[in-house]
Design a protein around this ligand. Structure first.
Ligand code: R5P
Length: 300
């Protein structure tokens, strides 16, 4: 099998470079600019005919990233690529997985359908699987999810003495339990009710058995920061020291990182979304998943 060709969408060259290095191949950036009217110009910078193309595009802020990604994938197809895969270190539109209010869009389904139409396979990191059992329930192409639990657990082991892993809500138990087991630490799950985009109500269980440990909040996403800020407030009120926070995807809405890093310390994330808090790289594990995907399905 010829080596895959890694092509970075705008803003993804750092991750693409690490991924290509782990795959033992080269990474190039697409040529991208906006026309004066805001439409996107996309050009592939090299020959793709006969190559297994790996597009790299994290999907934080998906609405502006999606069209250039589809244009790049369609162009690779037109120009004879053998296969077109997508590495989306962060996969967007996973949380609106049901109609909470009458008339709401189930955007997870629409987004998966649109994306599946342009690519042959997908590799991502810790998608927000809550009501969907797996990516296969949504995506029409082969899709593999890589877990950030091991690198984050390793970081916690090396930097936090006597950690208590805290999942701030029931959805986070999948990450908290795994990270705690890998770190050899106890874990607890809080109760959360959301009452608005930025407002949550959190309930603490009885944590007296863990007094003296350093709480480490783990979750897949920090967006507004409301969840980890409220959890940290309650933990400190209950007598714990300032919590740390280890997050997979550094979404951090406007102003959220300043608020979170003023309250929790340290705040670390994986590099699925480029951010100053990135402390662990997912590129080696993603590269392994890409290699398996290509060998299993596109080796011929
Ligand atoms: C929700 O289920 C996720 O796992 C996160 O807890 C949530 O998205 C965080 O959002 P925010 O930072 O806005 O509270």
């Amino acid at each position: 099998m010829t080596s895959p060709l890694v092509i970075a969408l705008p803003g993804n060259m750092s991750f693409a470079g690490r991924l290509a290095a782990a795959l033992g191949t080269e990474a190039v950036a697409i040529e991208y600019r906006q026309f004066p009217d805001g439409e996107s110009y996309v050009r592939l910078p090299c020959e793709v005919e006969g190559r297994n193309v790996v597009l790299v595009c994290t999907l934080a802020g998906p609405d502006t990233r999606f069209l250039p990604l589809v244009f790049a994938a369609d162009t690779a197809r037109d120009l004879g690529a053998a296969s077109i895969g997508l590495v989306a270190p962060y996969l967007a539109y996973m949380r609106q997985d049901m109609r909470f209010l009458p008339g709401e869009a189930i955007s997870s389904r629409s987004f998966a359908r649109l994306l599946s139409g342009s690519i042959d396979w997908l590799v991502t990191v810790d998608p927000h699987l809550h009501r969907y059992a797996s990516l296969d329930a949504l995506y029409a192409v082969p899709a593999q999810a890589v877990s950030a639990a091991a690198p984050l657990a390793d970081w916690i082991c090396r930097h936090v003495e006597a950690p208590l892993i805290i999942g701030p809500d029931s959805e986070s138990e999948q990450w908290a339990a795994r990270i705690a087991a890998l770190a050899g630490a106890p874990h607890a799950i809080l109760g959360k009710t959301r009452s608005g985009d930025r407002k949550v109500h959190i309930r603490l269980p009885d944590l007296r058995a863990h007094k003296g440990r350093k709480p480490v909040l783990v979750d897949d996403i920090v967006s507004s920061g409301g969840t980890v800020l409220e959890a940290a407030r309650l933990l400190q009120q209950a007598g714990f020291e300032r919590p740390a926070c280890a997050i997979v995807h550094a979404l951090f809405a406007q102003g959220a990182f300043d608020a979170v890093s003023a309250t929790l310390s340290p705040v670390v994330t994986s590099d699925t979304v480029e951010h100053p808090s990135n402390a662990v790289s997912m590129a080696p594990l993603v590269a392994s998943a890409v290699a398996v995907m290509l060998a299993d399905r596109f080796a011929g």
